[in-house]
Design a protein around this ligand. Structure first.
Ligand code: 5GP
Ligand code: ZN
Length: 138
């Protein structure tokens, strides 16, 4: 993809602060980190989002995460980390090349996490049935 910013990084046309590189995956520091050491793990083969990514490339990304995440804990003294995948604009996806966020976390770092709400009476079962009825339909 000529115009894709992450493809340009993968081709070496624009610089990045690389932390990991193998045949299928590159990982580099996010330019606007949620916390210092925020890494983007990116399959080298272009796909728009995780639903379009081949399973072997998803697997390669998570294998890379299993190597990079312990290094964040050790090197940065992080006490935990979040992995996150934004899919589609409504979920905050800004770069349309599949990537996984790896965000170091520290006790009491006050970073926002997902809010928790409550279901109305009967709503949970209604939602469950809708999801189960749609799995495999598309
Ligand atoms: P998204 O919102 O699509 O899940 O995440 C895209 C991420 O890519 C953002 O966190 C943003 O800061 C990061 N980003 C965008 N452009 C660049 C860039 O040119 N270099 C680097 N290293 N990160 C980028
Ligand atoms: Zn791309």
């Amino acid at each position: 993809m000529d115009e894709c910013i992450f493809c340009m990084i993968i081709r070496g046309e624009i610089p990045c602060a690389k932390v990991y590189d193998d045949k299928d995956v590159i990982a580099f520091l996010d330019i606007n980190p949620s916390s210092a050491g925020h890494v983007l793990v990116v399959p080298k083969k272009h796909s728009t989002n995780i639903l379009e990514t081949e399973e072997k490339d998803i697997s390669a990304c998570f294998k890379a995460i299993k190597k990079i995440a312990p290094a964040l804990l050790q090197a940065l003294g992080a006490q935990g980390f979040n992995t996150g995948i934004n899919t589609h604009k409504a979920a905050g996806q800004a770069v349309m090349h599949t990537h996984i966020h790896l965000i170091p976390r520290f006790e009491n770092d006050n970073l926002l996490t997902f809010p928790h709400t409550k279901y109305l009476e009967g709503q949970m079962e209604e939602i469950r049935e809708k999801i189960v009825g749609s799995i495999g339909k598309k």
